[in-house]
Write a new protein. Structure first.
Length: 525
């Protein structure tokens, strides 16, 4: 090949490549341009950052992998600007596969991809992606990429005399880049996505440093079973692009059509249309896009993709972001609230039972205390007629009234509460509880005068004294704080709220009704 022909070929290459990148992005970066992948995505005007619901999320937003429920594979190929005057052949292709890691739990999804751009016989770029995405919350997924970048040039007589290629000694370079992204399902069917591309700004300069800029993308996606809408914003240095995309499926999601439009800085304009056939496992997509300014007299960009889904969807797994999923979450929350209420009612019933049992035990103990042992010789007794018999009285229960308080009021002795209890058994609640407004009968106490002959002093029975629990070395003392209850204290010391009964039994002389007061000292057995 003659030297002049080589120069002419390289001159055409740089002229056309610059024109393409100017039309696509209005930015002067030629290497590793953001050309997009997938015919479906191109048909949506590349408005896919918020949607990101298939294997192409590797490229657009790796966080989308966290929402995938099946494994997917894609093979994508496109011809750029068919019909250029110099018959240049510009190609772009992508291969990718993603697989969800679900082994009883959701461990996210991993993916790998290979992106290639080539100018036949002159130059090519390769980007190898390793991706990972995972749902960190029910509605939030995060992801990232590590990508290995390489570019190579065809060596000829021209590169051997060009200092940029070190006079034929350098024909390629390798570097690596990193991307991060996130998707948040902020409302049923609505998703917000963002991604930062080339956050480490890889150096792609052959002779001097030339770093790729950080690209920021954000988008909102609306997704239904047969309808998808996307809106994206891209910022690269001081230039920006806004894109819209609309997709509709027909015939039970077998046939789909879509369209998209992009516009941005420096009069950038591009229109796209596309269609798809989906069998459920295999999907074939086609897209056509045409720049409205810049490069003219071409047949535009044509892209075709073939996708394949594999793996089984769990029957109990719902589509992320759907109304069905939102309803299912509300049902689960309602079940949790019902279970919490059931446990609370169960604890309340246990407490009432303990209080009733405790009241019965105390009543029996009190009866034993007032009883005396029978004397050996029966005395001759003469009981006179009762004197000073009191009349029956009635009392209307007021707030904070107790049986002991009423006995103290009417008899001057709180220990006489059993008299009121026995006369009002049908009215007094469990544990001796009273209801405000109740009318209770206050029975009279009969005072008698007794004359005895040969009465030996009765010997009171020995009252079994219960030892007061003394804190041992292992016993702890707890000072009750505001808002604390026995189950709360049991949870603190035993890790089990149902063991509040143990604390109650060790302190029943302080908390007869199971209610603790701030400042009380409780023994924790």
């Amino acid at each position: 090949m003659k030297k002049t022909e080589i120069k002419k070929k390289f001159f055409k290459f740089f002229i056309f490549l610059f024109s393409i990148l100017y039309c696509l992005f209005s930015v002067g970066y030629a290497d590793f341009a953001d050309l997009g992948v997938g015919a479906r995505q191109q048909g949506l005007g590349n408005a896919f950052v918020g949607i990101s619901d298939d294997v192409s999320s590797i490229y657009y937003n790796p966080a989308g992998l966290g929402f995938l429920r099946r494994g997917e594979f894609i093979a994508d190929y496109s011809r750029l600007y068919i019909g250029l005057d110099d018959e240049s052949n510009l190609n772009n292709g992508f291969l990718g596969v993603v697989y969800p890691l679900k082994f009883r739990k959701n461990y996210g999804a991993v993916g790998i991809g290979l992106l290639n751009f080539s100018f036949s016989g002159v130059y090519q770029e390769n980007s190898f992606y390793i991706s990972y995405g995972k749902k960190v919350l029910n509605k939030l997924s995060l992801g990232g990429n590590i990508k290995f970048l390489s570019e190579s040039y065809t060596q000829d007589d021209y590169t051997k005399i060009d200092p940029v290629f070190e006079y034929g000694k350098k024909s390629s370079l390798q570097t690596f880049g990193m991307d991060i992204g996130g998707i948040y399902n902020f409302l049923p069917r609505f998703f917000y996505g963002f991604t930062f591309i080339n956050i480490n700004q890889p150096d792609i300069g052959l002779r001097k440093s030339e770093k790729l800029p950080i690209i920021f993308k954000m988008g909102v996606g609306y997704k239904e079973k047969d309808l998808n809408v996307g809106f994206d914003f891209i910022l690269r240095d001081k230039d920006n692009i806004i894109s819209f995309g609309f997709e509709r499926w027909f015939f039970k999601h077998q046939f789909g059509v879509r369209t998209g439009f992009e516009f941005g800085s420096r009069e950038y304009r591009k229109l796209a249309v596309g269609s798809s056939y989906d069998s459920g496992t295999i999907r074939i997509d086609y897209a056509f896009s045409l720049p409205l300014v810049g490069i003219k007299d071409t047949y535009g960009i044509h892209r075709i993709s073939v996708g394949y889904k594999f793996g089984r969807i769990p029957e109990d797994e719902l589509e992320p972001g759907s109304l069905e999923e939102a309803f299912y979450r509300l049902q689960q929350e309602a079940k949790q609230l019902k279970e919490t209420l059931r446990k609370t009612e169960s604890e309340k019933a246990k407490l009432e039972k303990v209080l009733i049992d405790e009241a019965i035990i105390r009543a029996k103990e009190r009866i034993k205390e007032i009883k005396t042992e029978p004397v050996k010789e029966l005395p001759v007794r003469r009981v006179e007629e009762p004197k000073d018999v009191q009349t029956i009285r009635y009392h209307t229960v007021k707030e904070n009234d107790t049986l002991q308080a009423l006995a103290q009021k009417y008899y001057g002795d709180s220990n006489k509460w059993i008299e009121i209890f026995n006369s009002n058994k049908d009215k007094v609640g469990r544990g001796g509880s009273l209801t405000v407004g109740q009318v209770l009968v206050i029975p009279p106490l009969v005072k008698t005068q007794i004359s005895e002959e040969k009465i030996q002093p009765s010997v009171p029975s020995k009252i079994e004294e219960k030892p007061v629990p003394v804190p041992s070395e292992k016993t702890r003392v707890h000072i009750v704080r505001e808002g604390e209850t026995l189950p709360v204290i049991a949870q603190k010391y035993y890790g089990d709220p149902s063991r509040w009964v143990d604390i109650y039994k060790a302190n029943k002389d302080k908390i007869p009704r199971g209610k603790v007061e701030p400042g009380q000292e409780l023994i924790i057995p």
